[in-house]
Design a protein around this ligand. Sequence first.
Ligand SMILES: Cc1ncc(C[n+]2csc(CCOP(=O)(O)OP(=O)(O)O)c2C)c(N)n1
Ligand SMILES: [Mg+2]
Length: 544
Amino acid sequence: MKAAELLVKCLENEGVEYIFGLPGEENIDVMDALIDSPIQFVTTKHEQGAAFIADVYGRLTGRAGVCMSTLGPGATNLVTGIADANMDRAPVVAIAGQGATTRLHKESHQILDLVELFTPVTKYSTQVLEPEIVPEIVRKAFKTSQNEKPGCSFIDFPENIAEMDIPDTQPLKVQYAREPVAPSGRCTKAAVHIAESRAPVIMVGNGVIRSKASDKLVHFAEQVNIPVATTFMAKGVMPASHPLSLGTIGMKSKDFVNYAFEAADLIICIGVDMVEYHPELWNPNKDKKILHIDRRPAEVDQHYILESGIIGEIHDSLKRIMSSLDKLPDSPIHKMIPIIREELNKHKDDTGFPIKPQKILSDLRTVLDAEDIVISDVGAHKMWIARNYQAEAPNTCIISNGFAAMGIALPGAIAAKLAYPERKAVAVCGDGGFMMNNQEIDTALRLGLDIVILIFNDSKYGLIEWHQLRHFGRATDIEFTNPDFVMLAESFGAKGYRVESVEDFIPTMNKALNDGTVSIVDCPVDYAENMKLTEQLTSLKSLI
Ligand SMILES: Cc1ncc(C[n+]2csc(CCOP(=O)(O)OP(=O)(O)O)c2C)c(N)n1
Ligand SMILES: [Mg+2]
């Protein structure tokens, strides 16, 4: 067999169903080997789209998404999506073709040191130098990328190695490491800290979703009676409608939920990752007691000095901490829950047009079922989604909040639909971010997927305008011209709708959700709400 065939056999052995990418000259042996494999190659329009699809596929399934490019420019196009996956802790294995090993040492057409290029955006970056090491490299790439904290692996596969013959070789057995449990003493000590606290609050991060401990978390919060805020990437772990839900934390400005953290004496961080939200923003005076419950030790930060770290399988840690705790009485933080809820439901009956972001998200919640998946792009709309979209189940509101790269939502919706064909998938994009990867509409159409792309149309890089106005009171270089999104959709063979009034939104979305194909819903948004929120939060002094 050829080394390229061995690589494909090893990918099959890892349970790979799809490879997202673009064929090129230097990966033709792998492409040819895939013809005889059950693995489906999904041809995308841009390598960045392929990397983003693999990113969200990995995040939703916990199994590495796989993407592939050719050498040089194909591989550089992968970088943003790979960096996004790596910082969002999504397992991804990226493979790139490379020139022959006989020309890597000199200036040569399209040659770039890809192992070095990918080193800062992966956990493991390597080159296949001999055919017989393919099984070890593939196994190590998957193991490294899927292990907590997940991230990316990169394999550089030179074309002369790919075509080499090798005697029939078997892939290595797939083995999963069992996560160790926290020492009992740590769990008992944590229970003592919680029992002695006056006003504890729980902050939940994406580590809880990755550990499949969401149900346990809800049970824990209920049993000890402690209010819960989730980070952007943990939305839905605590259902938004739950009586102990404080909503989402993570805005740079001091939002309503931050008053709960200000009032708390103990912050219980469960599966929280600093990459999402700097502890300085919720512990500015370094006076909060912090419990760190996670599978990995905490990052060092002067605003994150621990009372105790409980490192081990999260499900088990919560079970054991809870077993030595009685239900705590209500604290002042409980009184903030209805106030926060009222704030988040504000404008749900607003009649203004262009539509307020709060109203769009409230109506979006109405047209979707609890298990349907919203994928946010990056911009002002992301801030509103994080704050106002009421997620009821984990992994139903996907937000990139580690690397936060624009352009992820449409590829992400393709991944969501492949991972969960029975659920609806809505990509919520800014007009800027949508235009970065809109060509993947064709990929979704070729796959026969039904996806709705909801565009918050302001003809601006809205988030940047918001920042500029906050800092300087004036804005610059944020405006652009959009194409006619309805015509754009139709030119791809997709459906396109423009929302013309506030009453139009729900019927248009329902129609789009039932089209059975790719549909764009172009929705004018009233971003005057951005600065109104800033002013409201600046003048807010307390909740109770
Ligand atoms: C790839 C990339 N480029 C630039 C940025 C910085 N950035 C963050 S949000 C934003 C503007 C987003 O505009 P748009 O997609 O229209 O969304 P809106 O803010 O208007 O809702 C920019 C430029 C980024 N996060 N990612
Ligand atoms: Mg915009």
